[in-house]
Design a protein around this ligand. Sequence first.
Ligand code: XMP
Length: 175
Amino acid sequence: MGHMLHPRPLIRASRITARCRQLGRQIAGDYAGQHPLVVPLLGGAFCFVADLARAIPLHGLELRFASASSYGAGTVTSGQVAVDAIPECRDRQVLVVDDILDTGRTLRAVELALRAAGAAEVRACVLLDKPTRREVPIQAQYVGFTIPNRFVVGYGLDYDGRYRHLPDVCTIDEE
Ligand code: XMP
């Protein structure tokens, strides 16, 4: 194993849980009586959507996974976004769920793909927002936490496949 990085908690699991409950209630209220299609982006959103979706008491909710990848094995964006498995979404109100909104390239690529597939409306819910890094003018309607420009791991976020399982969102200091 190579050098060890030391994750330090930035947002503790208990705060994440509480925020997911708030967001879930808000989303349920905003989509009351409707049947949104929730589209989490794998793999980073896997923890977030598990907690968020269970906090949205909406009967008509449908959930189908898609995936997008912009980062290679590191912490620097490649600028390329690969979008896979866009679900059938013609005339649907789609809520994209992602772990973090950073440059905005991923969300833009996913939104374009959903609109090209006929989505009537596309909103986004992200656990984390790093607004200072934005390269594309895009916002998420639902944001869990706004964070400074630090690379974070845990609660689904990885560094080359590692740290996804950490319960807290942590910063890692690169040597
Ligand atoms: P963009 O730049 O397209 O980035 O908005 C969104 C995707 O980039 C990844 N990302 C991170 N992953 N720690 C991570 O583990 C970070 O600090 C980070 N910042 C961006 C992430 O996959 C996200 O979906």
